[in-house]
Each structure stands twice: as C-alpha cells, then as structure tokens.
Write a protein that binds this ligand. Structure first.
Ligand SMILES: *Cc1c(COP(=O)(O)O)cnc(C)c1O
Length: 385
C-alpha cells in the first residue's frame, strides 16, 4: 500500500527504512545484519536470570540510572553526559529531532530558509528516513573514489553533520583527529558520530568530548555486545546535548528502556574482558576473510567493523590466468546479485544494497570461522569454471 485516505501528509511522503531479512527457518548462516556471532557474556545471562520479575509490575527507572552510571564509569564521564535509549536507532531518531532544524518551524518552507544537514551519499540508510520524518532538509556529500569520507567536504555552511565511524556499509574508519578537527571547525553545529561499530578496531572520539560540547557520540549494544535483541543504545556528550535528548524522550515515551534490558545492558558494560575477547576473535576472522577475498582478486574495502564490503568480480586481466587452490580457472564475472542468490540457495544470507554506486557490492557480516569458511566455499565454487 502506498497511500490511504486515513494517512496524514507526512506519512504519505515517507519511504521507511528496510531492515535486513530475519529468516524464520533454522540452520541458516546469517551474515546480513551485522549481529555478533557469539553469545552475550555469562554475566549478562546471569543478570537476566536474576532479574526480579516481581518488579515487572512496576515501571522501570525512566532515567536508567544504573546503566548510565556504568557507561559513565567505563568512559570516565559524568552520568549527566550519558543518555540511554531503546536501541541506538531510537537515540539517533531523538538526536535528529533535538539538534537538527526542521522546515516545520520556518514560515515560508523554502529550501534556502533552513540549512541542510550533511551526511555521506553512501551511509546508514536510516539517516534520510529520520530527516524526512522530522522534515529536516539534508544534503548528501559523496564519498571519494576510495569510498572514504573526506571531512574537508563537510566544512560548508550546514545545519549539522552525522556519519557513522567506521562508516556503514563500507567499514572504512576516519581517525579521531579528523573528526575532532571537523567538530572544532563547526562549533555552531552539532556533529553526531554514530559509533555503532566501535570495538572492532576503529578509534572512538569519546576521549575528546569534554573539549567539544557540540560533539555527540552514539553507541549501541547490538553489535559489539551481542545484544541486538535487547534493544539498548546510548549517547555520550555534553550535558546540554544530553538534556535535549531527555526533553525529546519525555515528550514521546518516558520509559523507553525496559527493566530487564537495563539490567542486562549494565552487566554487558561491566564485562569488557569477555567482549574484548570475542571482538578480537571477530577482528581475526575479518582479517582472514579479507586476505582470502583479496586472493580471489576481488575488490574488498579495508574494514574496522564487523563486516566486509566486497565486489565479487575478478579484475578482467586476472580472469583468464588465475587459478584457485583447486586448479580451477576463475570465471570472468560474478555479479553481486548472482552470488547473493547463490549464497541464499546455500542458506547463507548476506546484504545487497540497490544503490547505483554500490549495487555490485555485497556486505558480509563477520560470523564464526566455521560460518565464514562455508561462505568462502560457496564463493570459490561460484567463481570456478
Ligand atoms: C546497526 C546500526 C545502528 C542501529 O543499532 P541499534 O542499536 O540496533 O538500533 C545504528 N547505526 C548504524 C550505522 C548501524 O549499523
């Protein structure tokens, strides 16, 4: 359905985010939504078991005090510098509503009345969705030829800036210095750094928040803490930014994080030894896969996240000469969509984006070594003649 007489104009104009598939069948290898292949820490499981279910009758702590305290301690900031929400998607949505100017408050609604916010042309596809929901004008800044964000291109008049670091779906990271320099140049704008893939080798800008009151970091427990099903995310920033997020939340739903999620997330924040270990394992698997994909003569981008972005197509000068380890000659071309379907036939799910600059790429989440071996097996078979 694209419209209904009961819908208001705002809803008619939306094109909602399309989430990666969550297949119901078991036995599949799920490498399509960047979930962590390893379970949550034993402390998290214990916290869920120990949760006092008699308290479910009561509303949870709307301020998420315990969880925010744990985050504040871990990052050496004050509790007034931390906001917790129902997944970082919610925190991001609140941030759009709190920090970016909308046409709604502008009498003439002309494009040049409100400075557009900036984000990369290839990035998390929820950003344009939030912008449209809140009626915020935006401008996409193209990634360079190497698919990198060039922060110099963001030094223009704007209504705010948002990007993930590392970027998605490329996996390529900026250094903290590049981001902090940008924030210092854009003191009148809020710069939001979506650190959804923090913990997989990229640099966080959290240590620089104190000197940069316009910088907001958003992190999630979905990827590096194996808790995508729990829905917990948080923001770290100056007290004035955090208070704005509370104002939005309390104009929408005061109890966004449920009691069990608060307990589990607190335990996750406190089990960094466990998480450092599993995420180091993911980094190892990623580097191994990177080398194997390179050996197939495919393009693959250098990633500091728990996925690799790759173009399943050997360079043409390789196609007639290169042999893989079985002695098979590489096929000429394997378009991404063909491989996507081939993988699916083998119960392996990866992500393909129908965006002109990247539609010959696949994004592959880093699973266990065993899952990645099965993925590679299908790739090599699909490529051999
Ligand atoms: C996964 C992801 C999120 C959303 O995380 P949730 O906390 O699960 O809502 C936000 N931003 C980016 C870039 C992501 O990849």
């Amino acid at each position: 359905m694209t419209t209904s007489k009961y819908w208001n104009k705002r809803i008619c104009g939306l094109s909602p985010y399309i989430a990666g598939e969550q297949p119901k069948t078991c036995g599949i290898i799920k490498l399509n939504t960047n979930e962590n292949p390893y379970p949550p820490s034993p402390q998290v499981l214990q916290a869920i078991k120990n949760a006092d279910t008699n308290r479910l009758r009561l509303y949870p702590d709307p301020a998420c005090t315990k969880l925010r305290n744990a985050v504040a301690q871990k990052y050496n900031v004050g509790i007034e510098n931390v906001f917790a929400g129902n997944g970082s998607d919610e925190v991001l949505a609140f941030s759009f509503g709190a920090f970016f100017e909308s046409f709604d408050f502008c009498p003439q609604r002309a494009d040049d009345n409100v400075a557009p916010i900036l984000f990369p042309d290839i990035t998390y596809s929820f950003y344009p969705v939030y912008a449209k929901l809140f009626n915020i004008p935006y401008k996409k800044i193209p990634l360079n030829d190497q698919f990198c964000i060039d922060t110099n291109h963001y030094n223009i008049s704007c209504g705010g800036i948002i990007f993930p670091n590392p970027n998605a779906p490329t996996g390529i990271a900026l250094t903290a210095k590049e981001i902090v320099d940008l924030a210092k140049n854009k003191k009148d704008n809020v710069v939001i750094v979506d650190e959804a893939y923090n913990g997989f080798g990229g640099e966080s800008v959290v240590p620089y928040l104190q000197d940069n009151p316009n910088l907001l970091v958003v992190q999630t427990m979905s990827k590096n803490a194996s808790l995508a099903g729990m829905r917990v995310g948080y923001a770290i920033g100056s007290a004035e930014l955090i208070e704005a997020l509370c104002r939005i939340r309390d104009s929408f739903n005061s109890y966004t994080v449920d009691m069990i999620a608060q307990e589990a997330a607190t335990a996750a924040i406190m089990s960094s030894t466990y998480y450092n270990e599993i995420n180091a394992k993911i980094i190892c698997t990623r580097e191994r896969l990177y080398a194997e994909i390179k050996a197939l003569a495919w393009t693959v981008l250098p990633s500091k996240s728990n996925f690799l972005f790759m173009k399943p197509e050997p360079q043409s000068h390789f196609s007639s000469r290169c042999r893989n380890s079985d002695g098979h000659i590489y096929a000429d071309k394997i378009p991404a969509v063909k491989l996507f379907n081939k993988l699916k036939e083998n119960n392996i799910f990866v992500r393909h984006f129908n965006n002109e600059r990247i539609n010959d790429y696949l994004r592959v989440s880093i699973g266990t070594d065993e899952q990645i071996d099965k993925f590679l097996e299908v790739c090599k078979k699909a490529q051999s003649l």
